[in-house]
Design a protein around this ligand. Structure first.
Ligand SMILES: Cc1cc2nc3c(=O)[nH]c(=O)nc-3n(C[C@H](O)[C@H](O)[C@H](O)COP(=O)(O)OP(=O)(O)OC[C@H]3O[C@@H](n4cnc5c(N)ncnc54)[C@H](O)[C@@H]3O)c2cc1C
Length: 388
């Protein structure tokens, strides 16, 4: 493995750093006007959808340039490169790969210009891990599908304009053929017959929802890929969600924040950073993040060689979920009751950051697939163990 960067890659890193030095302001000054200007500027640089082909408006960035861009943005704690994160992460790539010209023209510019939010309708009230068993039903009627059923835990649905929806168009109740007969639809959430009911999470946010579909008529022109072949579209979408290159830098940032908090917290009359057990725990976190980094580099090498990535990314998803939870719980434990106070509550620390992180564990642990499912994937597809 070669850890050196080429001259061109170093030049690109300097370009990103210079942009940040010129355009980034402290967090306290990042008002709505700044963010609108930021989004315009990063779009002009073609850093929104940086990995996408130029002909659809992307940046055609090489894999290494994407890594450098993500690293520098995360290090600087810069605002995101575009706000429609599901659109950028998997809906857009799905449309670029499987979409018609009309779909590309209709949806891609808006994703790049942060015009809307997309959300993702996979899970159903009785279907989660075993996603291929989904039952939300679509029946073809001329040039439209009539959809009935429900989706749940749909992140961002209360604010989104569109949903990337998986429905069943055939093989109803046939568990042997469940991977066939799933169809992907690009759906306007304002269509008649759609009801979005927000669900409150543990910190009082209403970020996700249950969505009900009652005889919703969706044009066949909004189908992504072939009828019944939505599983293939989905697999490539989820592989995007599980790639982990940028996450390692964010984990290092979190560790730095944790160390700072530990330095300022007293334990047995001295700074907690002097406590042996605390130091050992911090060192373990750092070693685990470093192993995530090396794993990420191993996958990166595969990508650079043009080898496809799929199940390997489950390793870092699993490591990250464990680490995020352990780090937040460690912070809350060290801070005692103050660690449980949320922003606005009397004795909060770091504006309730650690309590919020600790209570948001389902985001990193369950969202995108539970640890048990990641372990199944790792054992079956990487270690070659017998099927679950
Ligand atoms: C914060 C958050 C955001 C989410 N956002 C979205 C979203 O935007 N869109 C969307 O479609 N969904 C979303 N989800 C739903 C998420 O994808 C599902 O919750 C997840 O896939 C698990 O499904 P489930 O809840 O039905 O649990 P189940 O699949 O019923 O699992 C219950 C338990 O059984 C275990 N289990 C299940 N099958 C196996 C097996 N074969 N072997 C071993 N153990 C097993 C699981 O690990 C888990 O511990 C979100 C969930 C959360 C918490």
């Amino acid at each position: 493995m070669d850890f050196e960067y080429t001259k061109e890659e170093e030049a690109f890193r300097s370009e990103v750093k210079a942009f940040l030095a010129e355009n980034l302001v402290p967090k306290s000054e990042q008002n709505a006007e700044f963010l609108a200007d930021w989004l315009k500027k990063v779009r002009q640089k073609r850093w929104v959808g940086f990995s996408w082909p130029e002909e659809v408006g992307g940046g055609d960035g090489t894999i290494m340039q994407q890594v450098i861009l993500k690293e520098e943005m995360a290090k600087a704690k810069a605002p995101p490169l575009g706000t429609d994160w599901m659109g950028i992460a998997w809906v857009g790539p799905g449309i670029i790969q499987y979409g018609t010209e009309a779909q590309k023209n209709e949806f891609i510019p808006d994703i790049l210009n942060s015009k809307h939010y997309w959300c993702t309708g996979y899970s159903e009230p009785n279907i989660g891990s075993d996603l291929a068993a989904l039952q939300c039903k679509a029946v073809r009627d001329g040039d439209q599908y009539v959809v009935n059923g429900s989706k749940i835990w749909t992140t961002l649905a209360p604010f989104a304009s569109y949903i990337f929806l998986l429905v069943r168009t055939s093989n109803f109740g046939d568990s042997d053929a469940k991977h066939d007969g799933i169809t992907a639809l690009l759906v306007d959430l304002k269509l008649p017959g759609i009801e979005v009911k927000p669900i409150e999470n543990m910190i009082g946010g209403k970020n996700f929802a249950q969505i009900f579909f009652d005889d919703v008529k969706i044009p066949v022109a909004n189908r992504l890929g072939d009828e019944g072949k939505g599983w293939t579209v989905t697999i490539s979408s989820l592989a995007n969600e599980r790639s982990s290159i940028g996450e390692v830098t964010a984990m290092y940032e979190k560790l730095e924040r944790l160390k700072n908090m530990v330095r300022e917290t007293s334990k047995n009359g001295a700074s907690a950073i002097k406590d042996q057990r605390v130091r050992r725990t911090l060192a373990t976190f750092e070693a685990k993040i470093e192993s995530m980094k090396l794993n990420g580099l191993r996958y990166l090498t595969k990508q650079i060689k043009g080898e496809p990535l799929s199940s390997e990314t489950s390793v870092n998803k699993l490591l990250r979920a464990n680490l995020e939870v352990s780090m937040s719980d460690f912070a809350v434990e060290l801070l005692g009751t103050a660690g449980l106070q949320l922003k606005g509550q009397e004795a909060n620390v770091d504006r309730g950051h650690w309590a919020r992180d600790s209570l948001r564990w389902p985001d990193v642990v369950i969202g995108g697939g539970t640890p048990n499912i990641q372990k199944n994937i790792i054992s079956e597809r990487i270690l070659g163990l017998p099927k679950d």
